[in-house]
Design a protein around this ligand. Structure first.
Ligand code: ME8
Length: 668
């Protein structure tokens, strides 16, 4: 029997069209769901909309329609966008669904009856947009600690949940299960900032509006939107306090709730405590992804920088949007999106690296072997290297996906594709085709290329399913094994078709302007957005600016400040030069618990070969920096420690760790 895998997105507020940030979350969850299906799991993927609350009531009133009419419209829009981006969900729950409202009322009543919820009076600071009360200690300068908007003093009769009753149990669960929350830093934040200082009882009703699930037997109150919304994960599966449906029995506990970093507290504290009170097992994992920002700015309507998936899909195609969002969002920090960076990633990764590889391979095979997949001969030249790169990509992509490192998985696959492009340059099939002797070798070369792109397409299926399907169709195969050599010789391929047409920047901005009904941005306006991305500072330039004599000693630093710098032993897994940069090397560093991409300005002093396999000292808790590498925004997440970077003579020497030092060990 297949192992089950149940995963969910957060359910977005039904207050307006979801933007690319919200949509990223469903794309991410979809990629994980498709990956798990590919790995043979029996997957259940839940998503939906969060449809109650003051904000929705107010918006509906502004439009002169009922809240239900309002949410019907928005929910349809959400479904439309989810369908557009190819979200392969199994169920879409709306919190206005009758069965859900009934189940939530039942949950509330049970908790009231068993004394976990009691009636009292609430006085505190209230944030209207967030519909949340805060205590005096949580509020500074009169603004909401969550969203930064002004709060107001408010008092009301209300029901409270005895959170503290379950706090110790939850703390123990978190300490016993470090994988309960990912990334681990978010777990630590919850433990240290919320659980350890002690939980206050949570106000779980509102009486200032009516658009919500009524408290059973006390019509003046509606159930707090978070209790209502969080319960969706079980009510959708047929859970009620009286009986549990088949889906619930089969799929609960949830394997992963995929949510954004801003709602980690609700999912890792309130939700588990609610479940503990109900006697329902806890979800296995909560993955709190970062936010997609516009450049380095938060997307917001007031700033006019909100991007929507449907508009982006018109410009880049659905898989262009899926690829960009999935690859631009690192595992543990925020991602960045701008039109320029999307164009660059699209052109260099999708059109060049992937598209050209497929197109050239299929076309060459048509030309040299009349579309028939040739039979390979014995390995020669760099065949072994190519095969090793393919095997490595398969292994690493799976490992990354199992650890929710989705952008890293894509990076591994694209590294393999780059290797295949290099293989074409190394083998020069067009030269081989000129002689009879060369033709025998050409059969092997073409087979290896066809097989590499087949495996690439299989690996890419969870991320860009439509394109992966097109590649397999062009290859004329539906073989999904990752075993090199599974492509059947003697079969005919389909026709080569362009997968991604290169985007011309000028035409793009004209199309964008026409779409938005605005004039195209000027060069200066575009530059302004671009400049927001921190440009890479080449070490050599820093050297030129630096002091000409010995650098004076830095100010005395307190021990407590020194220990804030977390240096680790890291092993160089990969190291490569950066095209067009004389100074930079791109590193993949193993920290034991995770791998990191770091750019270091030491190319003048070290070759990649010298660095691979070495152990270096890395500043591991340096805030990640976005760098512009050949026009593409890339993240450098850490720093390799070296001497000489500031000296006028610039004899840069890396501080290597002892080869026997265990990877990931802290340096002090
Ligand atoms: O929080 N980048 O709904 P929501 C990435 N209804 N993710 C983003 C993002 C961005 N720029 N902006 C928002 C809610 N998100 C509740 C959830 S679940 C029981 C109830 C993510 O519409 C956000 O972090 O504000 C959340 O996970 C999801 O989009 C929906 O956000």
């Amino acid at each position: 029997m297949k192992e089950k895998f149940y995963l969910t997105t957060a359910i977005p507020y039904c207050s307006g069209k979801p933007h690319i940030g919200n949509t990223y979350e469903v794309i991410l969850t979809d990629a994980i769901a498709r990956y798990k299906r590919q790995r043979g799991y029996d997957v259940f993927f839940l998503t939906g909309t969060d449809e109650h609350g003051l904000k929705i009531e107010t918006k509906a009133a502004e439009q002169g329609i009922t809240p239900k009419e309002f949410v019907d419209g928005v929910s349809d829009k959400v479904k439309e966008i989810w369908a557009l981006v190819g979200a392969s969900y199994d169920k879409f729950i709306r919190t206005t669904d009758d069965y859900h409202e009934k189940a939530v009322a039942g949950i509330f009543k049970k908790l009231l009856d068993q004394g976990d919820i009691y009636k009292g009076q609430y006085e505190g600071w209230y944030c209207v947009p967030d519909e949340a009360f805060f205590t005096d200690t949580q509020v500074t300068d009169g603004v909401c600690p969550d969203c930064g908007r002004p709060v107001q003093r408010a008092k009301e009769d209300a029901y409270f949940f005895r959170m503290s009753k379950y706090a110790d149990k939850l703390l123990k669960h978190m300490e016993d299960n470090p994988g309960f929350v990912e990334p681990e830093a978010r777990l630590k934040e919850m433990i240290n900032n919320f659980l350890k200082p002690g939980l206050q009882d949570l106000c779980v009703t509102r009486s200032s509006f009516t658009w919500g699930v009524q408290v059973p037997g006390d019509e003046k109150h509606v159930i707090y939107v978070w209790i209502d919304a969080l319960s969706n994960y079980i009510t959708a599966m047929g859970y009620t306090v009286d009986e549990q449906g088949e889906l619930f029995k089969k799929y609960w506990p949830c394997d992963v709730h995929v949510i954004g970093k801003d709602i980690v507290r609700f999912h890792t504290i309130y939700w588990p405590i609610l479940l503990l009170a109900l006697g329902v097992p806890l979800p296995k994992k909560i993955y709190g992804h970062g936010w997609l920002n516009f450049g380095t700015d938060k997307m917001s309507k007031s700033k006019g920088n909100v991007m929507y998936a449907d508009e982006l899909a018109q410009l880049f195609g659905v898989d262009g949007v899926r690829y960009y969002t999935l690859s631009a969002m690192p595992y543990s920090s925020d991602g960045s999106i701008t039109y320029d960076s999307m164009i660059t990633a699209y052109n260099s990764d999708l059109a060049n690296n992937l598209g050209n590889l497929v197109n050239r391979t299929i076309s060459m095979n048509k030309k040299y072997f009349a579309k028939v997949v040739p039979a390979p001969g014995a390995d020669e030249g760099t065949d072994g290297e190519l095969k090793a790169a393919v095997a490595e990509a398969c292994k690493k992509a799976y490992e990354c996906m199992d650890g929710y490192k989705v952008s890293d998985a894509l990076y591994e696959i694209f590294t393999m594709l780059r290797r295949a492009n290099k293989y074409i340059d190394e083998t020069t099939p067009w030269t081989l085709a000129k002689t009879e002797e060369g033709k025998a070798r050409l059969a092997t070369v073409m087979y290896n290329l066809l097989e590499t792109i087949r495996i690439g397409a299989v690996l890419l299926t969870p991320f860009i399913p439509e394109t992966a399907g097109k590649i397999l169709a062009q290859l004329g195969t539906d073989v999904t094994s990752l075993e090199f050599g599974s492509l059947e010789s003697g079969k005919e391929t389909g026709e080569a078709e362009v997968l991604f047409k290169r985007i011309d920047e000028k035409e793009f901005y004209e199309q964008l302007a026409a779409m938005k009904g605005e004039p195209a941005p000027t060069e200066n306006e575009k530059k302004e957005t671009d400049n927001k991305m921190e440009e890479v500072k080449d070490t050599a330039e820093v050297v030129e600016e630096a002091v000409k004599e010995y650098e004076p000693l830095a100010e005395t630093c307190a021990f407590d400040d020194f220990v804030k710098i977390d240096m680790r032993v890291a092993k160089v897994l990969e190291c490569e030069t950066v095209p067009k940069s004389k100074k930079l090397l791109r590193f993949k560093l193993d920290l034991g618990f995770e791998t990191r991409q770091v750019f270091s300005g030491i190319a003048k002093y070290y070759t990649p070969e010298e660095m691979i396999g070495k152990k270096v000292v890395m500043v591991a808790n340096l805030a990640p920096r976005m760098m512009k590498i050949n026009g593409v925004e890339e993240e450098s997440n850490g720093m390799i420690v070296a001497s000489g970077g500031h000296s006028p003579d610039a004899v840069v020497k890396v501080l290597f760790a002892d080869p026997d030092a265990p990877v990931g060990d802290r340096i002090s």
